[in-house]
Design a protein around this ligand. Structure first.
Ligand code: NAD
Ligand code: DAU
Length: 352
């Protein structure tokens, strides 16, 4: 298999993109990685500090909604491959304001596809890999798993925008024959995740003795995937996946939200030498999310049998690594908690 020469990585200062770059830039020195990121509230250059001076890495500040910016970056770097992470990614934010989700997730994806289709003076196009979510499939009941054949049935403005972007990517394969692949993932967790999502929010609140807000009765189920396992899956599909195909990726770790919060309380208490009962008493049941999907669970047998990918981390080992990362990286936490994040948390989460 021929490795990509120059990979345009969108959203590489966000949670999953930065973890992917931190793993792949040193691992593949013959590939060039160009990170285009608008640095929204969720993008943080501190997350890519460690690779900032590597000779095969470049950062380009740019907005994927802006076709001229993409054209400029495309003409300068002539990528043969795109790995598309950039998105508005938080369901609660999409409920309070859907517009940015349509503009970045749908129009931004269209702009990158158009650049890839026209080449903008680039080299031979090898692969457009689109990062998507299991939320496009809607909600499961107590049983069953999402497969690549499951009908799309998104519930939130976020998942509807991701569904639209998946359809566009597939249409560019069928209509123009572009070599695209898509991966639909379950919930990721690990270092460098913005503390608005369940796991980092609960870790920080438990560390600081603040309330742990559980939506509804806490019985909703998610399938948790450690971010490094996800990053390996992306590389595997990028380099070995079949053009036009979709692969579902999950962590074999279905948990109720309440189970997740209990595990976080136990591990944070162990790491800080505290009594876990004290932390459990911080749990507070708050108003449920509108349109809250009950359960997500992934059938990952296609990527396992066709490409040999398996998650390596268990939920227990991955969660402990994650808790330790947040305990050891208080400077990163202070940086992401400044400004816009504070305002949003105050406006949206202060009443619960
Ligand atoms: P994130 O919110 O942490 O990061 C998103 C990144 O995209 C940020 O760096 C941000 O600055 C950048 N960005 C946003 N709008 C942009 C724009 N208009 N132009 C350029 N850059 C822009 O997201 P994440 O959790 O890392 O998710 C990455 C991808 O994976 C998304 O496509 C998301 O839908 C998908 N996904 C996430 C999860 C999860 O559990 N986090 C699970 C499945 C799929
Ligand atoms: O399944 C993949 C998706 O996982 C990704 O596509 C999204 O980008 C990502 O944000 C995530 O979506 P969720 O809505 O599942 O993640 P979130 O961390 O927001 O919530 C996880 C569960 O925890 C969900 O059932 C809602 C609940 N929750 C969340 C928060 C923030 C709470 O009970 N309390 C909270 O404070």
């Amino acid at each position: 298999m021929q490795l990509p020469e120059t990979i345009l990585v969108s959203g590489g200062a966000g949670f999953i993109g930065s973890n992917w770059l931190n793993l792949m830039v040193p691992r593949f020195p013959s590939c060039r990685f160009v990170n285009i990121d608008q640095l929204t509230y969720a993008g943080n250059l501190a997350s890519v500090d460690a690779i900032g001076s590597e000779s095969n890495y470049r950062f380009e500040h740019g907005d994927i909604r802006d076709r001229d910016a993409i054209r400029r970056i495309w003409e300068q770097h002539k990528p043969d491959t795109v790995v598309h992470f950039a998105a508005e990614s938080h369901v609660d934010r999409s409920i309070s304001g859907p517009t940015d989700f349509i503009e970045t997730n749908v129009v931004g994806t269209l702009n990158l596809l158009e650049a890839f289709r026209g080449g903008f003076g680039g080299a031979q196009s090898r692969r457009f890999h689109h990062i998507s979510t299991d939320e496009v499939y809607g909600s499961l009941g107590d049983t069953g798993l999402f497969t690549e054949e499951t009908r799309y049935d998104p519930s939130s403005p976020y998942s509807a925008s991701k569904a639209a972007s998946d359809h566009l990517v597939r249409a560019y394969f069928r209509t123009y024959g572009l070599p695209v692949t898509i991966t639909n993932y379950s919930n990721n967790y690990g270092p460098r995740q913005f503390p608005e999502k369940l796991i980092p929010l609960m870790i920080l609140n438990a560390m600081e003795g603040k309330p742990l807000p559980v939506y509804g009765n806490g019985a909703n189920v998610r399938d948790w995937l450690y971010v490094d396992d996800h990053c390996d899956a992306i590389w595997t599909v990028l380099t070995e996946g079949t053009p036009g195909e979709t692969y579902n990726v999950g962590g074999n770790a279905e948990k109720t939200n309440l189970d997740v919060v209990h595990s976080i309380c136990r591990i944070v208490a162990e790491e800080l030498g505290k009594d876990s009962q004290e932390l459990l008493e911080l749990i507070s049941y708050v108003k449920d999310r509108p349109g809250h999907d009950f359960r997500y669970a992934i059938d990952a047998s296609k990527i396992r049998s066709e490409l040999g990918w398996e998650p390596k981390e268990t939920f227990e080992s991955g969660l402990r690594k994650t808790v330790r990362w947040y305990l050891e990286n208080t400077k990163w936490i202070d940086q992401v908690r400044s400004g816009e994040y504070r305002r949003w948390i105050d406006q949206n989460y202060s009443q619960r």
